[in-house]
Write a new protein. Structure first.
Length: 256
């Protein structure tokens, strides 16, 4: 099912900046691999010291740019998430905080506005977040391992001054930090999802609204703290299957 979201333009910008960061990452890795290969196998004998030094300077510049752009990306992501959160509130509680709301982003139209719908929408979001972040992990682990190995090899095989090493270490640190963030993010959203399963399978619905509010807050705090931008390509690939799964989940927990 196609969906329209008022915050699409915000996340499109976030995705463009993310792609630029990936370009910097692989460009930096390519230069490092070339320098290490040349140093070890002597592929290009005419590669003089000054050219190699200039490439090392370029690597340092790329590392600094990567770090700065990451800070900018976090700011853009915060703005996009703010719009997503506002739309989430509008769709769940029937408010009109945004001028235009999403269409078919949430699929729980039959449920009346209120705390229950707030919980059901968050239940759906936590499931999508859990599955997509899990799918992202193998690629990120490979990416992080590759960059870390190249950086360590470059420290051993390439001539660098301490200042260059300090600058260039910003890149692997950023990558490792991103990996750690998404691992924790996946664990926390998985916990939120499991809590919703318990909430909506509970026979005694006496304090269910308090439990829903607590779990929604935990989910939103997780999104805000870790600032994880879920892979839009993976989302597009998995959206159809996850939507079908969500319908089955609602049937299993008799959510109407």
């Amino acid at each position: 099912m196609n969906n329209e979201t008022p915050f699409k333009v915000n996340f499109d910008l976030v995705n463009k900046v993310s792609k630029f960061l990936n370009f910097l990452l692989y460009f930096s890795a390519s230069i490092t691999f070339f320098l290490i290969s040349n140093e070890y196998f002597k592929i290009e004998k005419n590669l003089n010291f000054y050219f190699a030094s200039n490439l090392n300077i370029l690597l340092s510049i790329i590392a600094v740019i990567y770090f700065v752009v990451t800070l900018i990306l976090n700011h853009l992501f915060y703005k996009a998430e703010n719009n997503r959160y506002t739309d989430f509130i509008d769709n769940s509680l029937g408010t009109k905080l945004l001028e235009k709301n999403s269409i078919n982003y949430f699929t729980n139209h039959s449920i009346e506005f209120g705390i229950k719908k707030l919980g059901v929408n968050c239940f759906e979001s936590s499931y999508f977040s859990k599955r997509i972040s899990s799918k992202m992990l193998p690629k990120l682990i490979f990416q992080t391992s590759l960059i870390l190995i190249l950086f360590l090899f470059s420290c051993f095989y390439l001539s660098k001054n301490n200042f260059a090493i300090i600058l260039q270490i910003a890149l692997p640190i950023s990558i490792i930090t991103d990996l750690i963030k998404i691992i924790y993010f996946n664990n926390y959203v998985s916990e939120v999802f499991e809590n919703f399963k318990k909430i909506f399978s509970c026979v005694d619905q006496k304090n269910v609204e308090n439990q829903i509010l607590s779990n929604v807050l935990n989910y939103e705090k997780t999104l805000s703290y870790f600032c994880v931008n879920l892979d839009s390509k993976i989302y597009s690939e998995m959206n159809g299957k996850l939507s079908e799964d969500w319908i089955e989940i609602k049937e299993r927990y008799e959510i109407k």
